[in-house]
Design a protein around this ligand. Structure first.
Ligand SMILES: Nc1ncnc2c1ncn2[C@@H]1O[C@H](COP(=O)(O)OP(=O)(O)OP(=O)(O)O)[C@@H](O)[C@H]1O
Ligand SMILES: [Mg+2]
Length: 164
């Protein structure tokens, strides 16, 4: 883990993660293993993201990461559906990508909006503004990458070292 990934709030993505989300042709042999799933803005998308995450992580022998990763992908996919402005019928699909890189798992959810996440001040009374606090608590780091097409990827990183 590099120093700029530590601490609260959005972080700068490590280069290996950025390169995975900036390109579509990720099938090359030299690239880290990854799996991608797309969603078309349906109310069942978060559930589908949780299923996809469980299947992928179990396939990589990382069943222990599944509960935390499912919460995080659920929050990120729900945010992309709710907060990325535009007509969902016209927008490109939301895409979830999981990447395995050495002792880290990266996940990223892309949407077509350049509007970036904004962590809300914590309040015991508020009924919203909790999702990114959960992401912050359950991941080693998180942040976003603005992409060339005018959208973004909100990403999160999990420690998958053998001792974690
Ligand atoms: N993908 C996104 N695109 C644009 N804005 C976003 C995105 N994700 C989050 N945001 C912004 O960041 C804010 C905080 O997100 P967060 O998930 O913490 O809370 P929430 O979605 O408003 O409520 P909750 O997750 O508790 O239901 C959102 O209200 C929204 O303004
Ligand atoms: Mg949310």
């Amino acid at each position: 883990m590099t120093a700029d990934l530590a601490g609260p709030g959005a972080a700068t993505a490590p280069p290996w993660l950025t390169s995975m989300f900036e390109r579509d042709d990720v099938a090359g042999l030299s690239l880290p293993p990854s799996a991608t799933c797309t969603f078309h803005g349906r109310t069942t998308s978060a559930a589908a993201a949780r299923d996809f995450t469980a299947r992928t992580l179990c396939g990589w022998g990382l069943a222990g990461l599944v509960p935390d990763a499912q919460i995080v992908v659920s929050e990120l996919v729900t945010n992309a559906l709710r907060h990325a402005p535009g007509d969902p019928a016209d927008a490109p699909p939301i895409r979830l990508r999981l990447v395995r890189h050495r002792f880290h798992i990266g996940c990223g959810v892309s949407d077509a909006s350049a509007r970036v996440p904004a962590v809300s001040p914590w309040s015991d009374l508020s009924e919203s503004g909790r999702g990114l606090h959960l992401v912050e608590a359950l991941t080693a780091a998180w942040g976003w990458i603005l992409t060339r097409g005018g959208g973004k990827v909100v990403w999160a990183l999990f420690d998958a070292s053998p001792t974690s």
